[in-house]
Design a protein around this ligand. Structure first.
Ligand code: SAM
Length: 291
């Protein structure tokens, strides 16, 4: 059971618009007006929102580079009775944005933490994507470096849910290409500039989206990438990564590669070292022998 410190204030996590300034709740506006301080990622950015609604509350910067010190500073203020709202540049704080550390700090100090829900880009993208919404896996940003990105995709390959990523426009084509290679052909959606003037929701197979986003100027703005669960693979392969590599090696061998070349290629596609790929392959072949 949480124990709140009697004299402590409240930490409000306030969701703000992801583009359209009308996407803010009445409660969010009231909280932003009433708190002692608004901790925001970029004070210039939040000022536009506050000015629009004639809110004059004091602001303080709270971003990934000062999160640690600020969390302690704000924690003390909260503990001694101050009320603080946290906002990010867009959407829900704590979702691929600062917030988590201050929530932890507040919980540890017995400060009440109150969510003030509202927009989040991944939820808006998911509900409009046309992909299944019953189960989804939000994976945040994919790593920027190719090897890590492919390894991450390989980890997510057996997840039987709609996969959701945030992605930068200059990396979308590469992310789609890697996804096509590692996850196979799947249905996908790119939701771009949601709630803004140039909002666009592009649906299709991964290979179609690669083509669509190959032109430089088609890859502008903020984007969410959603990829459907695999249809066939999930039924045939078990959820173990060993099964993935064995299936992939067999598939490559059936296309004419010898065992060595197939293993090398499979390791590269799954973002694994060759020794690890070999270990998994042997483990899976042993497992299959038992059945
Ligand atoms: N906290 C935010 C939320 O709740 O959605 C996410 C912050 S994250 C740093 C920023 C990323 O969210 C962008 O790179 C983009 O992938 C996605 N995003 C934010 N606004 C968006 C919009 N209007 N349309 C599409 N994607 C958006």
């Amino acid at each position: 059971m949480p124990e709140y410190t009697v004299m402590a204030g409240t930490l409000y996590l306030v969701a703000t618009p992801i583009g359209n300034l009308e996407d803010i709740t009445l409660r969010a506006l009231r909280v932003l007006r009433e708190v002692d301080l608004i901790a925001c990622e970029d004070t210039r950015h939040t000022r536009t929102l506050l000015n629009h609604y004639s809110i004059k509350t004091k602001m303080l910067s709270y971003h990934e580079h000062n999160e640690r010190e600020r969390a302690a500073e704000l924690g003390t203020m909260l503990q001694t009775g101050g009320n603080v709202a946290v906002v990010s540049d867009a959407g829900t704080p704590g979702i691929s944005d600062p917030g988590f550390r201050l929530v932890n700090e507040s919980v540890a100090r017995g400060v009440r933490v109150v969510p003030v829900p509202g927009p989040s880009a991944f939820v808006a993208a998911l509900i409009a994507s046309g992909l299944p919404t019953d189960e989804f896996f939000f994976a945040g940003f994919l790593p920027a470096r190719m090897t890590q990105r492919r390894a991450r995709l390989a980890e997510l390959r057996s997840i039987d849910s709609t996969l959701i990523f945030y992605e930068a426009p200059h990396r979308i084509r590469q992310a789609l290409t890697d996804a096509r290679e590692i996850l196979g052909e799947r249905e996908a959606t790119v939701a771009r500039e949601l709630t803004k003037l140039h909002e666009e929701i592009v649906r299709g197979r991964l290979s179609e989206l690669i083509e669509r986003f190959s032109a430089e100027d088609s890859a502008r703005g903020e984007m969410v990438l959603l990829i459907a669960r695999a249809r066939i693979e999930v039924e045939s392969a078990s959820n173990q990564p060993e099964a993935d590599i064995a299936t992939l090696v067999a598939d490559l061998e059936s296309k004419g590669l010898d065992n060595r070349a197939a293993l090398k290629r499979a390791a590269r596609e799954l973002g694994l070292r060759r020794s690890e790929a070999y270990r998994r392959l042997v483990a899976e072949r042993e497992r299959r022998k038992k059945f």
